[in-house]
Design a protein. Structure first.
Length: 727
């Protein structure tokens, strides 16, 4: 992008064609006469039948011949923006399943002789707004044109019309073989400040597939600040009314937030929520009230959200607040809030001893010891002693790309914590941590730890070997990422759950992967477990490649008994990806039906906040599930014998109708988020629960019977099953 801007005239210096055409983009240009040639994409186009989608202002003003050159990634090779063979294209944004009936194009240069000129429609590549698959055309059409067609609109009829399932992006583009090829007109204006900084500022793109090919998978590609004069005639085939989607925006008193932690801090049976700030919102029957001040939650410390856990086993949820900062510079203090069991909290950070003040990284050259920026955290009982321990996933300093080591805190059982390190198997090598989970991933009876890392670094999986001793085995078991050219991936968030309903925990790693590095960057991985090893099967199971995948969430949209998937995407214009599970971990993209409107999303976390029996989702903003129809069972687990009181890390097996579902209680997941600690199992048409088994970490395996579908229960480690979730 920077190279392009340096090579281009500024908007005030923009070259203008003499006496440019003045017809507007909404006019209906007349087809140019067809020369006598064999191939043609002409024909009658119904001008009034369907609207034309366009971005240009209709004024022919500039071509790539008016621009200079760019220097390649090696710093020496120069590429002439006009003479270098490349593609000129425009993206069209389809909000619904659509048919494209025609294209109309205005050429700014044609070779002097009569030539066939091909236009094409191409699929999106990564949803970044300017990259598309040039080797996978959806449609191509050829018009025989001559110099007489220059300066006029030419229509290409798409026959038969191209059906695009949508919603999504489609690109109309033509290939220019250097100065000898056809060249498109660009219009007279630019969006925004002309720097293509915002998604809607620029809709046209240049692609030079052979330029810098040794470094970039796609060659050079970038958005152009002037819109090429290409327009598309688009028919909306079907459209789902907003009120008919699965999820609806929930206006219940919550602000937007990228850090989300669900937890029933007052133990009244519905999930409250802590957002970035931190800010505590009490759930009052499905609406939320900001109680931060009266609860003693001090805004400005532990600002990046955090995780709920009852570290002192008094039956009231406490809260650890992360101190990450979005600019990844020096951060504030950690925050540990102990519940007073009366709706208020006391700051016990200093007494507890959780403090990752360090002097190994001097970010921004401040010259003093600094706290590590913590982006992910999770509670879990490392040694099965009945007390919750804590893992901090620490990030980086963007100033010089130095990294902070993760920290592992063991609960001493008296309100204080001691740091565990290499003597317990934890690595001291500093990586760019963005998220953490603590769960019994291999179902062997102790809590393992997974940490996802950014900056093309390996992810970590600490397998618990017993007695609080861990071994880092991510590469051995398939959770490190795919190693290629010395790199792994940018894993922003991860989630664990039984995707294929075979009784073990699979995983989703959401990876940000740039198209230029597509051939060796990890794209988002859907990792299926087989007896303690994981294999990435994302491509075979229906996941699409999008550049900026960020945070995955697993929930059963329909209560039909399988885990569906959402993946947020950062940056403006990037929508949330939504996938529906067919029950075997094969997924179908269904964004429009879902109803999520979040773009530039970050964190996400799951809860049935209104206790109506279906799972809702906070996805930067809160969405309420309105259309789930299957039966369900909800379980709140309580460790009241030997396990931690909140039963974080506990595993439940629900047996019904000849099937078994497995769920685990979240102590933190994704990129610094936390799902509800109430377990939710969709049962579809099954109307009878046979039994439920629960393993409590460090405690007992219990069996429960006589539970009814469409009910909620509180199950204690001592063996009691009580209807209702609250105390």
């Amino acid at each position: 992008m920077l190279l392009l801007l340096l090579a281009c005239p500024s908007p005030t210096e923009k070259p203008q064609k003499e006496d440019p055409p003045t017809e507007s983009a909404t006019d209906s240009p007349v087809d140019s006469p067809l020369p006598d040639c064999e191939e043609s994409a002409g024909g009658t186009v119904e001008e009034a039948a369907f609207p034309w989608q366009s971005w240009d202002d209709g004024v022919s003003a500039v071509t790539m011949a008016d621009f200079g050159s760019v220097t390649g990634v090696d710093g020496t090779t120069s590429y002439d923006l006009s003479a270098t063979p490349g593609w000129e294209g425009v993206r069209f944004e389809l909000d619904h399943p659509s048919k494209i009936h025609a294209l109309r194009v205005n050429y700014g240069m044609l070779p002097p002789e009569q030539v066939p000129v091909t236009m094409g429609l191409y699929p999106d590549f990564g949803h970044n707004g300017f990259d598309y698959w040039i080797d996978q055309p959806l449609w191509t059409g050829t018009r025989c044109l001559s110099a007489a067609d220059q300066d006029g609109w030419v229509t290409y009829k798409v026959d038969p019309p191209l059906l695009v399932d949508g919603p999504g992006l489609v690109y109309a583009a033509s290939y220019r073989d250097g100065d000898a090829g056809p060249m498109l007109w660009g219009d007279a204006g630019t969006g925004g400040d002309g720097a293509c900084g915002a998604w809607d500022d620029c809709h046209s793109a240049i692609r030079y597939p052979l330029a810098d090919k040794a470094s970039y998978y796609t060659g050079l590609s970038f958005p152009l600040q002037y819109d090429f004069l290409i327009q598309a005639q688009v028919e909306t085939v079907s459209e789902i009314a907003p009120e008919a989607t699965w999820f609806q925006p929930a206006d219940v008193g919550l602000p937007a937030s990228g850090n989300i932690a669900w937890g029933d801090y007052d133990d009244d049976g519905d999930d409250d929520i802590m957002l970035a700030g931190p800010s505590l919102y009490r759930n009052d029957g499905g609406t939320f009230v900001d109680v931060s001040a009266q609860a003693g939650v001090q805004v400005g410390i532990g600002t990046a959200g955090g995780v709920w856990g009852d570290f002192d086993n008094d039956g009231c949820l406490d809260f650890y607040g992360m101190n990450g900062s979005r600019d990844a510079g020096p951060s504030g203090n950690e925050l540990l809030l102990r519940s007073n069991c009366d709706g208020s909290f006391s700051d016990v950070t200093a007494f507890a001893g959780i403090d990752d003040l360090q002097d190994s990284v001097d970010c921004l050259s401040e010259g003093t010891p600094q706290h590590s920026p913590t982006y992910g955290a999770a509670w879990g009982d490392f040694d099965n002693d009945g007390f919750l321990d804590l893992v901090q996933a620490n990030f980086l300093c963007f100033d010089d790309y130095t990294y902070y080591p993760d920290r592992f805190w063991h609960n001493n059982g008296d309100g204080t914590f001691s740091e565990w390190g290499e003597d317990h198997g934890f690595e001291w090598d500093a990586l760019a941590g963005r998220g953490a989970m603590a769960l019994d991933a291999d179902l062997d009876g102790d809590i393992d730890i997974a940490i996802n890392n950014y900056v093309l670094q390996k992810n970590l999986y600490y397998r618990n070997m017993g007695d609080g001793i861990f071994e880092e085995r991510a590469a051995l078991v398939g959770l490190a990422g795919t190693y290629s050219r010395g790199y792994f991936g940018h894993t922003i968030g991860m989630a664990f759950g039984d995707l294929d309903n075979d009784g073990d925990f699979d995983s989703v790693h959401a990876n940000l992967a740039h198209p230029r590095y597509y051939e060796f960057s990890d794209q988002t991985q859907l990792l299926i477990q087989d007896r303690g090893s994981w294999v990435d099967e994302a491509a075979d199971r229906g996941l699409d490649y999008h550049e900026t995948h960020s945070n995955p969430s697993l929930l059963d949209f329909e209560n039909d008994g399988d885990l569906d998937l959402t993946i947020s995407e950062v940056y403006a214009g990037r929508p949330t990806d939504v996938y529906v599970n067919d029950g075997t971990a094969h997924y179908t993209a269904t964004r429009e039906e879902a109803g999520f409107t979040t773009e530039n999303g970050w964190g996400s976390a799951v809860s049935d906040f209104d206790n109506d029996g279906d799972e809702d989702l906070m996805l930067t903003t809160l969405f309420r599930n309105d259309l789930a129809t299957g039966h369900y069972l909800k379980l709140r687990l309580v460790g009241d014998v030997a396990s931690n009181r909140a039963a974080i890390g506990a595993v439940a097996w629900v047996h019904a109708g000849g099937r078994t579902w497995v769920r685990t209680v979240s102590g933190g997941n994704g990129v610094g988020n936390q799902d509800s600690q109430t377990l939710h199992v969709g049962l579809g048409s099954i109307s009878k629960v046979d039994s439920v088994e629960v393993w409590f970490p460090g405690g007992y395996l219990r069996n429960y019977s006589d539970l009814q579908v469409d009910h909620s229960y509180r199950l204690t480690e001592s063996g009691l099953a009580t209807e209702g979730l609250g105390r």
